[in-house]
Ligand binder design. Sequence first.
Ligand code: IMP
Length: 221
Amino acid sequence: MNRILVASRNPDKLRELRDILGAEGYEPVSLLELDLAGTLEIAETGLSFSENAVLKATAIAQKFGELGLGEDSGLSVDALGGAPGIFSARYHALDAVTLRGVYPGYPGGRPLAAADVPADSLNNVRLLAELEGLSDRTARYTCAVALVTPTAEVLLAAVGKIEGRIGDRPVGDGGFGYDPLFIPEGSELTFAQHAPEAKHAVSHRGRALKRLLDFLKEERP
Ligand code: IMP
C-alpha cells in the first residue's frame, strides 16, 4: 500500500478517506497516528476551501518530509449567503458578524452552545432554525483536496461538489455532520440514509478524491 499523509484529525472524514483511497491501494496516515503529542496546529486562515486545503497539505508535508494531502470541506446554503461554508465545522459557535465577514449575504442569527452536546448536532439545530419558514433550501457540499510536496510545491488542487437541498428535519443515522439534513440532487433520501459506498459514488469527497486518484495513477504510478 502507498501511504499518503493526511492533515486531519477528524475521525469521520478520515473514515471516508480510508474507504475511498483504501479501495484503490492507498493508505491514508493521519495526524492521529503521526502527531501523538498533538503539537501540529494548522491555522485555517484561508478564505476558500482550496486555500485551506493547500495550507493543511503544506503544513503536514513540511513537518514530516513527505507528500501531504490536505482536505477542506463544508456545506454552502444559498439562503444563508453561502454560509456556513468554510466555517461548517464550528458553525454553531459563530456570530453573524464573523459569518458575514466571509459571506456578506448571511442573514443573521445567534450562536448556540450547550455543554455535552456534540458540535455536529448543534450545527444541525442552528441550520434548521435559521432556515425556518424559508422555501429556498438549496445547498451544496464542496470538498477541496490539495497534494503538496515538502518544498511547498502544489502538485494538485482539485474540488468536488454535490448539489442538493436541506430537509425539514434530520433523517438517518449514517454519515456525519450535516448528512441527516442534506438530500442530494436526484434522491429523496438524506446522505445519512445512504450506504457509505452510495454516498461516496456521488459525494463532494468522492468526486474530489477521484481527481486525486486519477492524478496519482497518471503522475506517480
Ligand atoms: P473541516 O474539517 O474544516 O474541513 O470541516 C468540515 C466540516 O464540514 C465538517 O465538520 C462538517 O460539519 C462539514 N462536512 C464536510 N463534509 C461533510 C460530509 O460529507 N457530510 C457532512 N458534513 C460534512
